[in-house]
Each structure stands twice: as structure tokens, then as C-alpha cells.
Design a protein around this ligand. Structure first.
Ligand code: AHG
Ligand code: MN
Ligand code: MN
Length: 349
């Protein structure tokens, strides 16, 4: 079991060794999933090497194009997108890919074999922060294909998060950290740039029982429902224990999520009743909310759209947005309770 692998007692545990040890717990494993995770670790190293010197490598700023989200595509977005695609298009491990930056599922080029997994990803999360040297990240999720063989399908990409095989993220910040789960707990690895290896730094991450932070863009508070506003007041100390949490909001989902995963807290991006672009909030179900919800629950937390468990929501569209409440279970359930009490909206169908 990987639990014998511990950093700090002199053992050097690379992500490769850790993944391999985890694979050993599955005798019928073929090693394919292990290799997809290796490929994501390699993509992380390549993207990291460019984020740390984006200002020098002339890849700051935007490409002048717009993506399917109607957002300016940053050069680093495009670079991250291409890196992940090129590392995975020829391996024969994937049936299809899907990305935040691309309208439709991305087929495996016909000259390459298809495989049994599906990779969906947000190549660069927090793009609006790139030019200001604030942490950004990558989010990915891996499903088994549902289609029998040949080119994967849109349906392969629209599976509920509860069926995920693995999910993870990388943060390109003060250090580059890769966090993933294959359903056997959540584990974090820090990149040692001197040797180019991800080393085990956060084994068995569990969200602390006592939360410290809440993360929300209160610039939109006037657009929130009464239940969400009352929930926010509760987090600010308007509760029986007169307990207030500290507000931390970076504007990069991965960085905000990571802090709450380690310190305890909640991130939420509510539905926005005033902005026609985001009546269901801004975050995307398939490659943002679902993978992070998988990790949150593996770490003892929970994630909801305010009424339903994120992992139970079956996506209908690739870029479907959902309101997101994610982190310490007690806080997410408190949000659901306020929404149930004050925003008596018919349950989402
Ligand atoms: P992306 O850069 O992949 O489009 O994601 C940005 C998201 C997410 O990272 C963050 O939580 C959110 O946008 C911030 O939105 P606001 O600026 O509206 O707060
Ligand atoms: Mn994102
Ligand atoms: Mn993105």
C-alpha cells in the first residue's frame, strides 16, 4: 500500500513511484491509467517551465482570439492547450479528449489508435491572472470510455463525476504542485525544478474539520439570492457561535480550492441572477466542478450546486455551467440549508 511511502523519513518518493505503488493494489491494472497520469505530470512540467518565465518567453498577453466561452484566449492558455493535446493524441490510451478551449470533443487523429480512457481538461485555469503573476493552474479528469470502440463520442465526455476514474489539478504558483486521486485518497506532489521530478509532499490530504476560510467574489453579492447572502453573513460571524471565517479570494479556482482543501473552508461561485451570461454561475461542470468535487469528496469534503451533489449531475452539454459550493462538508451543507430555506426555487431538473 502506498501508505508506507512517506516523505521526510529520507525516502524520496517521486510521483512515478507513488502511482506505480498504487497500481500494484489493482492486480488487473494494465498500466494504461498510470501512463495517462505520467503524461499529465509531464505536461505539468512543460507548462510550469513556461508559466515561470511567461514574461520573458513572449507568451504573456492574449492571442487576440476568443474561445467558445467568449473569453479572450491568453497565449499561455493556447500553449497549455496544445501541450496537453500533443502529449496525449498519439499514445493510444485515449478514445477522445475535451477541453475548455475547444467547442467540441477533440478526436484522436485518425493515424493514431484509440484507447479506453477519456481525458477532459481546463488547460489553464485562472487565465485572467496570468499577466499579474498570480497563481494559475490546470484541471483534468479521466473517465472510462462508454462507447465500444473506434473514435470516442460526445457522450463519452458527458459522464457524471461519480463515475470518474481519476481527477487532479496542477497549481503553477510559488511552487508547482500536482494533486490527484484515483479513488484511493488525495495526494500532492511538489515539483523540484532542480531535478525535474514531482516529489511526494502532501500524502493523504484530508480537509481539516475546523474550517478557516471562505472564498467568493463578493463583488457580485448584489446578484446573489437571499439564501446565499444570508449564508455569507453567517460565514462573517452572524451565527450562534459568533464564529467568523477569513475571506481569501484569488480568482483562480485551482488556487482557491487548494487553500481550502489544505486549511479547511469553502469556495463558492453562485448562480448570477443579473448576468445573462452566467445564470448558472461561471464555472463549468465537466472540467472544473466535477474533477474538483471528486477530489473534495476523496478528502472528506463535499461539493454541491446549492441543491444537488455535483458528482450526481449528468452533464447535458460539454461547456455546461453550474453554481459551485465546494470544500468542508459542514459549510457546503450549511449553504444548501440556507438556499433551501430562503430561495425556494423548484429543484433543478
Ligand atoms: P478560466 O481561467 O479557466 O476561465 O477559469 C477562471 C475561473 C476560475 O478560475 C475562477 O474561480 C473564476 O474564473 C473567477 O471568476 P471571477 O473573476 O468572475 O471571480
Ligand atoms: Mn477554469
Ligand atoms: Mn481555463
Amino acid at each position: 500500500m502506498t501508505s508506507r511511502l512517506r516523505p521526510g523519513d529520507g525516502t524520496i518518493v517521486t510521483i512515478e513511484r507513488f502511482i506505480l505503488e498504487q497500481e500494484r493494489d489493482y492486480p488487473d491494472a494494465t498500466g494504461t491509467l498510470t501512463n495517462v497520469l505520467y503524461d499529465m505530470a509531464l505536461a505539468a512540467k512543460i507548462i510550469s517551465s513556461h508559466t515561470t518565465r511567461a514574461g520573458l518567453a513572449q507568451i504573456l498577453g492574449s492571442t487576440g482570439e476568443q474561445n467558445v466561452q467568449g473569453e479572450e484566449v491568453q497565449k499561455l492558455d493556447a500553449f497549455a492547450e496544445r501541450t496537453i493535446f500533443r502529449l496525449n493524441d498519439h499514445t493510444g490510451r485515449l478514445a477522445v479528449m475535451a477541453s475548455e478551449e475547444i467547442d467540441n470533443p477533440i478526436p484522436i487523429p485518425p493515424q493514431f489508435a484509440t484507447g479506453k480512457y477519456v481525458l477532459v481538461y481546463d488547460p489553464l485555469d485562472g487565465s485572467s491572472n496570468i499577466d499579474y503573476n498570480v497563481s494559475v493552474g490546470t484541471i483534468f479528469a479521466i473517465h472510462r470510455r462508454k462507447s465500444a470502440e473506434g473514435p470516442g463520442t460526445l457522450d463519452d465526455c458527458l459522464q457524471p463525476g461519480r463515475d470518474l476514474v481519476a481527477a487532479g489539478y496542477i497549481i503553477y504558483g510559488s511552487s508547482t504542485i500536482m494533486v490527484y486521486s484515483t479513488g484511493q485518497g488525495v495526494h500532492g506532489f511538489t515539483l523540484d525544478p532542480h531535478i525535474g521530478e514531482f516529489l511526494l509532499s502532501h500524502p493523504d490530504i484530508r480537509i481539516p474539520a475546523k474550517p478557516k476560510y471562505y472564498s467568493a467574489n463578493q463583488g457580485y453579492e448584489r446578484h446573489w439570492t437571499e439564501g446565499v447572502r444570508r449564508f455569507t453573513q453567517d460565514l462573517q460571524g452572524d451565527n450562534e457561535q459568533k464564529q467568523a471565517l477569513s475571506l481569501r479570494y484569488i480568482g483562480s479556482l485551482v488556487a482557491d480550492f487548494h487553500r481550502n482543501l489544505l486549511a479547511g473552508g469553502i469556495f463558492y461561485y453562485p448562480a448570477d441572477s443579473q448576468d445573462p451570461r452566467k445564470p448558472q454561475g461561471k464555472l463549468r461542470l465537466v472540467y472544473e466542478a466535477a474533477p474538483l468535487a471528486f477530489l473534495a469528496e476523496q478528502a472528506g469534503g463535499y461539493a454541491s450546486d446549492g441543491q444537488r451533489r455535483i458528482l450526481d449531475i449528468r452533464p447535458e452539454r460539454l461547456h455546461q455551467r453550474v453554481p459551485l459550493y465546494i470544500g468542508s462538508r459542514s459549510l457546503v451543507e450549511k449553504a444548501e440549508d440556507y438556499i433551501r430555506r430562503y430561495d425556494a426555487v423548484p429543484a433543478a431538473q
